[in-house]
Ligand binder design. Structure first.
Ligand code: ADP
Ligand code: MG
Length: 336
């Protein structure tokens, strides 16, 4: 139930978002556009991510969770490419379910997350959704030295595969949010922390990378398809939190943790010789980094496309080197 209806679009912008856009490019949101001067010798790295109430967060999710997840899902893409975040545009589709308290809380957390990441608010759009659910969309802009951004496509056989942080806490955190509990994994879902400080360390070292948002397996599959390689993923090497280990100890499936999504970590491939450098860089910014497998040439026989043909993909192997079969590999929209 809404306690206090929304004020007008312009009042919202003036009161809640202009204070967050205290930068020259945005002109305090008193212009039609933001103006940003390209930096010589750099590439602009762009990404956008939308979130729909009831799909990307529970309908009744608190404002801080919505803001934190929107920023994190966007920063995660930049981090995976090695880009340093510089500025963003924000589109709000405000529905009746959201009142002033919600939008005020959203803006407050947004401001905190922007300050933490060094990303400026450059502008956006605010629309009202009279019927249906609310949504938010953010477009982020990052910088890398020209030609250095890491694509999904550069992996080749013999390289190591690594991942930042832990895997599975996004899945476990969502279970907590849905159950209304406040355990160890909740924050991983409610306030994800993509490794933006580590991201630029990938430049010149990682051959292919992706942010882990849909589930580690599905996201590694994307590297495989784009790079035309296979990845051998060691089940035992996958970094789990204590919540993850508890889940397994209580009979939970490892594949739930690998396919649940919402981890917002970086998975990447690199030459063996780069690993010590990357490892030291991760340590310097307090980022956990783990080798989880390696890149192979062979096609993986147990991963099929819709025609039943084998495709490039990830082969999850157990301690006895046996391939583990997985039916659902990650989250996909438009698929039950
Ligand atoms: P338009 O009439 O073109 O839609 P607006 O009047 O909606 O433009 O926007 C006025 C200013 O406020 C612009 O600088 C725009 O970028 C900014 N703005 C609007 N909505 C948001 C938002 N949700 N977050 C940040 N800036 C916003
Ligand atoms: Mg407008």
């Amino acid at each position: 139930m809404v306690d206090k209806p929304l004020i007008s679009e312009f009042a919202l912008i003036e009161q809640l978002f202009a204070p967050l856009a205290d930068n020259q490019q945005a002109a305090h949101l008193r212009d039609d556009v933001a103006i940003w001067q390209p930096l010589v010798g750099h590439d602009l790295v762009l990404s956008t991510d939308a979130m729909v109430a009831g799909v990307h967060f529970p309908d009744d999710a608190p404002a801080d969770m919505v803001a934190a997840r929107l920023v994190a899902s966007n920063l995660s893409d930049l981090a995976a490419k090695g880009a340093r975040p510089i500025g963003c545009l924000l589109t709000l589709g405000l529905a009746l379910q959201w009142d002033m308290a919600f939008i005020t809380g959203f803006a407050k957390t947004l401001g905190k997350k922007l300050a933490q990441s060094g990303m400026a608010l450059w502008g956006g759009d605010t629309v009202f959704v009279p019927e249906g659910v609310g949504f938010m969309s953010m477009t982020v802009h990052g910088l890398v030295p020209q030609g250095s951004a890491v694509r999904r496509s550069g992996a080749s056989a013999g390289e190591v595969v690594c991942v930042t942080g832990v895997i599975g806490d996004g899945f476990l955190g969502l279970q907590e949010v849905l159950a209304g509990t406040h355990g160890a994994a909740r924050a991983a879902y409610a306030h994800p922390a993509p490794p933006i400080a580590f991201g630029p360390a990938l430049l010149g070292h990682a051959t292919a990378s992706i942010d882990v948002s849909d589930g580690l397996l599905a996201d590694l599959d994307h590297i495989c398809v784009t790079s035309k390689v296979a990845i051998r993923l060691d089940a035992d090497a996958i970094p789990l939190s204590s919540a993850g280990h508890n889940y397994l100890a209580q009979g939970g499936e490892l594949t739930d943790l690998l396919t649940g999504g919402d981890d917002y970590q970086i998975a990447f491939c690199a030459h063996e010789a780069s690993f010590p450098v990357l490892s030291a860089a991760a340590k310097a910014v307090n980022c956990q980094l783990t080798r989880i497998g390696h890149v192979e040439n062979a096609k993986v026989e147990n991963v099929k496309n819709h025609t039943g043909a084998s495709v490039y993909g990830t082969n999850l192997v157990d301690a006895e080197e046996r391939s583990m079969t997985i039916k659902k590999r990650g989250y996909q929209h438009f698929r039950k």
